[in-house]
Design a protein. Structure first.
Ligand SMILES: Cc1cc2nc3c(=O)[nH]c(=O)nc-3n(C[C@H](O)[C@H](O)[C@H](O)COP(=O)(O)O)c2cc1C
Length: 184
């Protein structure tokens, strides 16, 4: 008698509960801070015995990547001029159907702690905002050496300083990764 092959109901890399999972860490970044945060999250996922890929939304075609091989997705972006990353917002809107079927994490970068991950979450399609499994605000970094002329001018006007500063706290990456893994 031919052996019965159970249908694979798992869309991602997992064959069953307890198996290693595969996460995709999607990010936008202008000056590299959000990219660093994404790398820290990916490293934390791997340290916990799972697999993680990074997806840089600045790369051509990145927003259309297939999500079917992943068990969880995290999306991160920086705040500029009071708004969360345009590319991150566009990705969430365009891929909301795929993303709402997966454990979904959100992380935000920015120098103004009044905005943080709650403000980023409020820009998501409502169905996705209510399904967030992991959420974090990592602070931000203002490095005047990396800024263009106009950016320096704006920061000087708004913050009243030309001194580089950082509130970046990547220590939260482990907790964020654990919440994402725990939801998968
Ligand atoms: C021109 C400019 C405008 C900014 N506006 C904001 C803002 O509205 N809110 C905020 O929290 N951070 C703001 N920031 C800080 C950035 O979010 C911070 O530098 C962050 O680390 C940038 O992330 P990235 O390196 O991934 O691009 C601004 C920075 C610049 C240069």
């Amino acid at each position: 008698m031919a052996a019965y092959a159970a249908p694979n109901f798992f869309k991602g890399a997992r064959k069953g509960p307890g198996d290693p999972m595969k996460a995709l860490i999607v990010f936008d970044s202008k000056h590299g801070t959000t990219e660093e945060a994404a790398q820290s999250i990916a490293a934390a996922v791997k340290e916990a015995g799972h697999a993680a890929d990074l997806l840089d939304l600045r790369k051509k075609g990145a927003a259309a990547v297939a999500l079917s091989g992943y068990d969880a997705v995290a999306l991160g972006g920086p705040f500029y001029a009071g708004r969360w990353s345009r590319r991150a917002r566009a990705f969430a809107a365009a891929r909301r159907a795929d993303l709402s079927g997966l454990p979904f994490g959100l992380f935000a970068i920015g120098s103004n702690p009044d905005l943080g991950d709650k403000a980023a979450r409020s820009t998501l399609p409502p169905s996705l905002a209510s399904a967030v499994s992991a959420s974090a605000y990592f602070g931000g970094r203002l490095d005047f050496e990396r800024l263009g002329r106009l950016e320096r001018f704006i920061v000087e006007k708004v913050a009243g300083t030309t001194e580089s500063s950082s509130t970046l706290d990547l220590g939260q990456a482990n907790g964020f990764a654990a919440a994402l893994i725990g939801a998968a």
